[in-house]
Design a protein around this ligand. Structure first.
Ligand code: ADP
Length: 655
């Protein structure tokens, strides 16, 4: 037996026990190697005219033997000579790919070193690059084949290089070493035969010894491998038994048929005009486990410094866990048709986390476990394109298919608003045009652009009100008074709305103002003067009312905007009453309070009653003040602080 080099042993041990957490990907790795081997033979045949390949020559076969506990992956590719076996499988650190990548890395390091010597403080010059450690090497270079040892207690590789007469077998238990011997094999190519481990308490290995188990792995991970991945699949058929009674139980016989398990032609490589929408729909539903057709299909083909194909879908309904912590965003990432990553998060911004899809690029450099990406700038370039494509698709949907867009926004608008809020407005320019709010005047969902189009010339702000439901908001005194003056008000009913609008601060240079906030700048000079006069004339009254309310309000004042209602609560400063309400419901509520102002309508008959009470009966004034304050809370949809005292005060009044 030839021993693994100490270094290799360490690597093997590390990898089997720590790197790959996802054991089932062994099959993908072996199929991927098989596909590479067929590629190599195919490319050779292009220049070597003595190699005659028939159409069906290049296939990959997967089979299993339950009794012997073996799974076999066979290819008819280029195969390996004894030397190649030794070199490729004997020493982990000597796989073809590694040698190449090592050379690349040395070159890169030398270049960095040279840059440093030049005295340049350029990129990388000042940062010291750590020497590649064992783990780095595993992390960067191919040991895909060795993933077989995650599920196998023994691996046999029987292989015959193209054009050779003798075959060889490599065999190892993945612990100490391996053997290489001459063997018998018919044609060129390689059979990798795994003896599957016995089940343990944690791990069920038997699933790899079943037809459905293997089929599922092939479809999941290798569906778009270019070569057919075939299995002998079991079928049953009824047999006619001669002379059998008519009502006798039917007889069944088992037979096997070769089936191609993978679909091979990647749908994302095809031009959109060549694919029927039904085909996209089917692909979407099977790939992403949705019952409903997607709302939109986006297909991108980019060629240039980096070439890639993207196929994305906007679902027509949200997955049940979209807004939960468990939801994982991301696009599937393929490199040359082989699945690298199930959900590549880096490809999707959070605000588009609902998008499902596939990115395929042969230009991506991948690390050993094929799970992490090295060349992040390439990935970033793709991510940028992905994002801009989604934005433009949504923009056109909003313009040209409003009904569908409204349904979309109902499902996913919240994420877009969060995108503006959580990015501190960084995404506002891109996302704000996609927002929809309910218009009090037009009584339908409108965009901010549509709000501005309908606004009169010279309107300086965009007005909104925030609360739980639109119908109730429309009746709020602050809303009716602004609408009464001819301005539209956006009625915001989602918890994130006001946070989003406050983060934006303005849209198209128009301020976004909460009608229940501080100064709206809507009152006329005359209104202002009247209010100031009333405030001065009634300074004592307001002081007494403020005293009665204590810390609950920061101020009692004359309103410049109330028309029908006697009083209302507004908020000074950035925290509105609605925001206070939402924040108090958050799990880490920090008791953030709005600065409440009790505004009084000096034109209202109640105001006169307050003045009288102030003159004649202080207790009455305190009681009226409390009632007005509590009523204002109710109108705002806020809880009355002491319902018992409130109802007693009203009973008192009725007596
Ligand atoms: P990688 O594929 O990343 O190079 P592997 O450990 O999976 O790393 O494989 C090591 C080497 O063994 C490959 O580079 C290839 O040269 C050779 N090899 C593996 N499987 C096969 C196969 N089925 N046919 C021919 N060569 C193979």
């Amino acid at each position: 037996m030839r021993k693994f080099k100490t270094e290799s042993k360490k690597l093997l041990d590390l990898m089997i026990n720590s790197i790959y957490t996802n054991r089932e990907i062994f099959l993908r790795e072996l199929i991927s190697n098989a596909s590479d081997a067929e590629d190599k033979l195919y490319f050779k045949s292009l220049t070597d005219k003595s190699i005659k390949l028939k159409k069906d020559d290049l296939v990959i076969r997967v089979s299993f033997d339950e009794d012997a506990r073996t799974v076999t992956v066979s290819d008819s590719g280029i195969g390996m000579t004894a030397e190649e076996l030794e070199k490729n499988l004997g020493v982990i650190a000597h796989s073809d790919s590694l040698e190449f990548k090592e050379a690349q890395m040395v070159a890169a390091e030398e270049a960095a070193e040279a840059a440093k010597e030049k005295g340049g403080k350029g990129k990388g010059g000042s940062k010291k690059k750590p020497a590649p450690s064992t783990v780095d090497i595993i992390g960067q270079f191919g040991v895909g084949f060795y993933s077989a040892f995650m599920v196998a207690k023994k691996v046999r590789v029987v292989t015959k290089a193209y054009g050779e007469d003798v075959a060889h077998v490599w065999e190892s238990d993945g612990v100490e070493g391996y053997t290489i011997a001459e063997a018998q094999k018919e044609g060129h190519g390689t059979d990798v035969i795994l003896t599957i481990k016995d089940n343990t308490d944690e791990e069920n290995y038997d699933v790899y010894l079943t037809e459905p188990g293997l089929k599922e792995l092939i479809r999941r991970y290798s569906n778009y491998v270019r070569y057919p991945v075939q299995m002998e699949c079991m079928h049953q058929r009824k047999v006619e038994v001669e002379g059998a009674e008519e009502d006798a139980d039917p007889q069944w016989e088992t037979y096997f048929e070769t089936e191609t398990i993978n679909s091979m032609v990647p749908i994302w490589k095809r031009r959109k005009q060549d694919v029927k929408q039904e085909e996209y729909d089917e692909f979407y539903k099977s790939q992403f486990h949705d019952f409903a057709d997607p709302a939109r299909t986006i297909s991108v083909h980019a060629e240039g410094a980096i070439s890639y194909d993207v196929l994305m879908f906007i679902p027509s309904r949200p997955p049940f866990d979209l807004y939960s912590k468990d939801y994982k965003k991301g696009l599937e990432l393929y490199s040359s048709n082989v699945l690298i990553m199930d959900k590549c998060e880096d490809l999707l911004p959070d605000h588009y986390s609902f998008v499902r899809g596939v990115v395929d690029s042969q230009d991506l450099t991948l690390n050993i476990s094929r799970e992490t990406l090295q060349q992040n700038n390439q990935l970033r370039a793709i991510a940028k394109k992905v994002e801009s494509k989604i934005t433009s698709e949504l923009t056109s949907m909003c313009k040209n298919d409003r009904e569908a867009y409204e349904a979309f926004f109902e499902n996913f608008g919240r994420g877009i608003k969060f995108g503006i809020y959580t990015s501190y407005g960084a995404y506002a320019a891109e996302l704000a045009p996609l927002l929809l709010f309910y218009s009090a005047k037009q009584e339908k969902m409108i965009t901010l652009d549509e709000y501005l189009e309908a606004a009169a010339d010279g309107q300086e702000a965009i007005y909104y009100a925030a609360g739980e439901d639109a119908e109730r908001l429309a009746k709020m005194p602050m809303v009716t008074s602004v609408v009464g003056k001819g301005y539209d008000v956006l009625l915001c009913t989602q918890d994130v709305d006001e946070f989003c609008l406050q983060t934006m601060m303005q849209y198209q240079e128009k301020q976004l103002l909460n009608v229940a906030g501080g100064d709206l700048g809507l009152e006329t000079e005359a209104d202002k003067e009247a209010a100031e006069a009333a405030t001065e004339a009634n300074a004592d009254l307001f002081a007494a009312m403020k005293e009665a309310l204590g810390d609950r309000v920061v101020k009692v004042a004359v309103s410049t905007r109330l028309t029908d209602a006697p009083a209302a609560l507004t908020a000074k400063g950035p925290v509105s009453l609605e925001m206070e309400k939402i924040m108090s419901q958050m799990p880490d509520a920090q008791g953030i309070k709005s600065e409440r102002v009790l505004e009084l309508n000096a034109q209202h008959p109640i105001f006169e009653i307050l003045r009288k009470a102030h003159k004649n009966n202080h207790d009455k004034l305190v009681s009226y003040t409390n009632i007005l304050y509590n009523q204002a809370l109710l109108v705002e949809g806020l809880p009355v602080e002491d319902p018992v005292a409130f109802s007693q005060a009203i009973c008192e009044l009725m007596k």
